[in-house]
Design a protein around this ligand. Structure first.
Ligand code: NAD
Length: 310
């Protein structure tokens, strides 16, 4: 029969694309429950979903930060049967730690970490009972490797990786699979929203040097990396579908071959020195060479490492 797939954060970006790609599956193997906080934002999804709406795709309101909303949404599903849960909703946060309020930091954890945990808690008992299910989390390369000036966002994704790595062991006993998807940069609203936030930023509490490193060193190189390495939401949706359809889904799934060697640095030197110094040199000593380096890395790695990514 059809697999029921519930996805969070489908009004834009990766969530929207996953919903559409699954709803348009040629063999109609999926019944997609595309959820979003505010159904007023449904137009972009409905336009992309075309005539699948009402057939293989339905809409539900869901705010991952709200207990009641999560309970209501899952209870509205027939027999509460969610075969695949895709935790995609997430927000970013960029900038010097000194300038970020505790409240804003907590909001990131409330969405990226507790939001996904809240969803998992709600569907997991039924999956365990049925001895079947797949929990997928839209993590990030930043769930595996710290990135300068992304401290809190990175921490929220690390938290999710740790949570799921722990849970996966127990769930295997119940035939429930857990998979993390770890994209590098992806061109979505996410990037746009972050850059808008940065433009409004005032840097209270941060010294002039830190602000300069952030604005004049980090931001231009981040923009370069996005341009050279950015994938599309469609790429990530296809990777996610592939993970879902694999006979033995992997726990970790990098979607971008450049990041295989970057993540490997960490395991090559367990003291952490290699990672920290490599990133230090990339940020502070490469300067304008960054762009070229990114492109060389892209060429070098796409062939050798393709088999290691989704
Ligand atoms: P996006 O901003 O287009 O999509 C995120 C969606 O989550 C939005 O539709 C937003 O409304 C929704 N959302 C936020 N808070 C919510 C809440 N409380 N309840 C329900 N929905 C909520 O950005 P995206 O790039 O598509 O991001 C999707 C996921 O991919 C995120 O978890 C993000 O961390 C992750 N990711 C993004 C990138 C990237 O570069 N864009 C890279 C790696 C991982």
């Amino acid at each position: 029969g059809q697999k029921v797939v519930l996805i969070t954060g489908c009004s834009s970006g990766i969530g929207l694309r996953i919903a559409v790609v699954l709803a348009k599956d040629e063999k109609k193997r999926y019944y997609v429950i595309a959820t979003m906080r505010d159904l007023k934002k449904k137009d972009k999804l409905l336009e992309a979903a075309g005539d699948t709406y009402g057939k293989t795709l339905t809409l539900q309101p869901l705010d991952v930060c709200d207990d009641e909303s999560v309970k209501q949404c899952v209870s509205s599903v027939k027999d509460r049967r969610v075969d695949v849960l895709i935790n995609n909703a997430g927000i970013g946060l960029l900038g010097p730690v000194e300038s970020i309020s505790m409240e804003d930091m907590k909001k990131v954890f409330e969405t990226n970490f507790f939001g996904a945990v809240r969803m998992i808690k709600e569907v997991m008992p039924d999956m365990k009972k049925r001895r079947a299910g797949h929990i997928i989390v839209m993590s990030s390369v930043m769930g595996l490797q710290g990135v300068v000036f992304n401290d809190v966002y990175t921490a929220s994704k690390f938290a999710m990786e740790g949570f799921c790595e722990s849970l996966a062991v127990q769930l295997l006993k119940f035939n429930v699979t857990v998979s993390m998807i770890e994209p590098g940069p992806v061109h979505t609203e996410f990037e746009v929203k972050m850059m808008e936030d940065v433009a409004k930023m005032e840097y209270p509490g941060a010294d002039a040097d830190t602000v300069r490193y952030f604005k004049d060193v980090y931001l231009p190189s981040a923009t370069d990396i996005f341009q050279a390495m950015g994938q599309t939401a469609e790429d990530i949706a296809r990777c996610t579908k592939k993970v879902m359809e694999s006979s033995r889904p992997r726990f970790r799934n990098l979607t971008n071959s450049l990041y295989t060697p970057i993540v490997a640095l960490k395991y090559a030197d367990e003291t952490g020195g290699l990672s920290v110094h490599t990133f230090y040199n990339l940020l502070f000593n490469m300067g304008p060479l960054m762009h070229i380096t990114m492109n060389i890395l892209k060429c070098l790695t796409c062939r050798c490492f393709r088999s290691r990514t989704v």
